[in-house]
Design a protein around this ligand. Structure first.
Ligand code: GCW
Length: 680
């Protein structure tokens, strides 16, 4: 590009931004999507005598951030009951806006809704009404009490347990505000692999402090609990849920918690899974365990979220196990128990079919658990905008059939909160979808970009479009270079970052190893879950069951999930399965390269520190995509014994080289970037 061209572009951008009042320079990510300020001249009038902390927050937020040209907001709490606790109505009356709610939280959510519209320069409609799809919109932190975060890639835990309750980080309030601004109203503070210590008097004092800070923002605190807490904390000889002493212990604990935190939300439990204790240790069912806790919480209005992430070997196919263990318990859970189910039947893979447990327990409350942190999608190094993945879930599971949504948080104490600056969009998108699953991935992304990346003004429309295109495709790109056509779980052992389709770990559970999942042999590739295989398809309702069961009607994105497919199988494109696989990996790598070009086009429009940060991560992503492609294709080629199609570029690595290095990740900032040369 010549200097003259560059000058013209800079001039065009500056001009467009100067004439647009909405133009704002965003920071490198510290301020999340709330970085924009208004002129502070707007008036906010309430029909109440005294402002509560929540209403004060709403007023201050509107005053300091409103960018529109209305000069007054009239707030009323006299809205109809049908708006519930969180809903609101907005009327645009020319120079004034009326915001009506039934509860103060509705006012807060209404203000943030208006601010969102204001920043993106959208016209406020004459009338709008919003009521969230779910009452519970939760983040799950997998934060340990020692400050580490399981599957966290954005630094250490935000919670500084050592310093609490005496010293309080300003980020606690910023965190609560960010959640409120996207409608998230619950947070489970600690890892589901829970330390019993979280229920000690000492820690409950710290939890109370956080709950007090979060309260004005409508953010309720929940805790993950260890089922054996009575034994660990008070030396009871058992944690058997039918033992009266155990029941009493939990009742006393509940009383203690609610004495400190009257609006405490409840417990999240991982029981009898991956070494965690649970009722089955005593021959009791999940229902008996969950109900015992539910009874302790019930007098105070608390709930139990009981996870269905279990895979004890009652069937050789891991994908069937949660259903087999939970479905027979339908109708046996108390009314304040919700079964929390991962979106897919295995474990947060880049693409999974939905878990067949959804819809299979009509007499039991269910909620979905999504993973916002990118355990299986390149950690904080790879760009993957996840709304399209979650929307895919809702394509199969009607949003009305579940009660709530939880997202495993991608938040840490990094200055930009999420490690990859663009991963903030996933925190944002989770909140927005939990409020309204009907929103499209584009709508949500557009809002997020306007509020956090590129301030909307005429000169930036093109850049915004480029970034939208890049981010909307990004999850599919990861699927393409990692696990296309329904492949799954071929990650390196333990850290789940790089590829290791050849992995053998003596003594490891077979269903933690890639070969269990890909089943490559001279015949073909993929896991046969059709009626002639594990018959996992039988857990799905008709007509989907038959569609999945037939290799010719199974959607191709799930083909290798449900079928062991011959290398020569004809795909819809006319190619063989082997050729199609090669093309998918190739496409993934090319798209990762294209992402770099797209990002380059935003150089002048986004914060320079943020730009450089993303630029580096995209570079790592390209390197890793190539690594994935070479590792998987060279490894599978040993079984297919077929050449690479002429229009697919040849691998740049050798299989020996790839096997030597376990592509893992240390801290992204470290000089060694993400390559770990670990020989087994
Ligand atoms: O995805 C797996 C993770 C574990 C996690 C577990 C779970 C918290 O690898 O780190 O443990 O799922 O969801 O319980």
């Amino acid at each position: 590009m010549t200097d003259a061209m560059l000058r013209r572009i800079i001039f065009a951008i500056l001009f467009a931004c100067i004439v647009s009042p909405a133009a704002v320079a965003y920071s490198s990510g510290e301020g999340l999507w709330l970085d924009h300020g208004g002129e502070g001249v707007v008036e906010v009038k309430f029909d109440v005598r005294k402002l509560t902390p929540t209403l004060t927050e709403a007023r201050n937020a509107f005053r300091s951030r409103w960018t529109g040209d209305h000069w007054r907001l009239n707030v009323s709490l006299k809205g109809p009951k049908s708006l519930g606790r969180d809903g609101f109505e907005i009327r645009n009356r020319g120079e004034e806006i009326d915001l009506v709610a039934h509860h103060e939280l509705g006012v807060l959510y209404g203000v943030y809704h208006l601010l969102r519209l204001g920043v993106s320069g959208q016209t406020i409609p004459d009338y709008l009404r919003e009521v969230p799809a779910y009452d519970l919109r939760m983040l799950n932190h997998w934060d340990n009490l020692d400050g580490t975060v399981e599957r966290g890639y954005a630094g250490s835990s935000l919670w500084k347990w050592e310093d609490l309750p005496d010293s309080v980080s300003p980020r606690y309030e910023a965190y609560a505000r960010a959640n409120a601004s996207v409608g998230i109203n619950g947070t489970v503070l600690n890892n589901v692999n829970a330390s019993p210590r979280i229920l000690s008097a000492d820690y409950l004092g710290k939890v109370k402090k956080l709950a007090d800070i979060f309260r004005p923002f409508g953010l309720k605190v929940y805790l993950s609990v260890n089922f054996a807490s009575p034994m660990a904390l008070d030396s009871l000889s058992t944690a058997d849920p039918l033992d009266p002493a155990v029941q009493k212990w939990w009742q006393r604990k509940a009383r203690e918690i609610y004495g400190l935190i009257p609006d405490f939300g409840g417990f999240l439990v991982k029981a009898n899974s991956e070494g965690q204790p649970g009722p089955m240790d005593y021959g009791r069912s999940h229902a008996e365990g969950a109900n015992m806790l539910a009874k302790a919480l019930r007098p105070y209005g608390g709930i139990v979220m009981w996870r269905s992430f279990v895979y004890s070997p009652i069937d050789a196919d891991r994908a069937k196990q949660a259903y087999m263990e939970f479905q027979p318990l339908d109708g046996k859970f108390d009314s304040n128990v919700i079964i929390q189910i991962k979106n897919g039947p295995i474990d947060f893979q880049p693409r999974e079919p939905y878990s067949p447990l959804f819809g299979a327990m009509p007499h039991t409350q269910q909620m979905v658990e999504f993973q916002v942190t990118q355990e299986y999608l390149g950690h904080a190094n790879h760009l993957a905008y996840l709304a399209p993945m979650w929307k895919e879930f809702f394509d199969y599971v009607p949003s009305t059939s579940i009660k709530a949504a939880a997202g495993v948080a991608n938040i840490g104490d990094d200055p930009n909160w999420t490690g990859h600056p663009l991963a903030q969009a996933n925190w944002y998108a989770f909140g927005r979808l939990a409020w309204n699953p009907q929103l499209t991935s584009d709508e949500i992304l557009s809002e997020w970009i306007d509020q956090s990346l590129v301030s909307p003004c005429e000169g930036t429309a093109e850049v915004k479009n480029t970034l939208m295109g890049m981010m909307l495709k990004s999850r599919e790109t990861v699927v393409d270079y990692m696990m296309p056509l329904g492949l799954h779980h071929i990650f390196a052992f333990g850290h789940h970052y790089g590829p290791e389709p050849w992995c053998d770990v003596p003594g490891a559970r077979p269903d933690w190893l890639p070969k269990y999942y890909h089943r490559a042999d001279s015949e073909g590739l993929g896991f046969d879950r059709s009626p002639s295989g594990s018959d996992a398809v039988s857990q799905y309702p008709e007509p989907l069951r038959s569609q999945l069961a037939d290799i010719d009607t199974c959607p191709e994105e799930f083909l290798l999930w449900f079928h062991h497919v011959p290398w020569d199988h004809k795909m819809k494109s006319g190619r063989t399965m082997w050729d199609e696989l090669c093309h998918a990996y190739e496409r993934g790598v090319s798209q990762a390269v294209r992402q770099q070009r797209a990002w380059e086009s935003a150089r002048l429009d986004v914060d320079s520190v943020l730009f450089a940060d993303v630029e580096r991560r995209l570079m790592t992503q390209v390197r890793d995509a190539q690594w994935w492609k070479d590792a998987c294709l060279l490894y599978f080629q040993q079984y297919s014994l077929k050449p690479f199609p002429a229009d697919v570029t040849l691998p740049v690595h050798t299989l020996e080289e790839l096997r030597e290095v376990n592509l893992g990740i240390t801290n992204f900032e470290s000089p060694s970037a993400s390559l770990l040369n670990t020989k087994r």
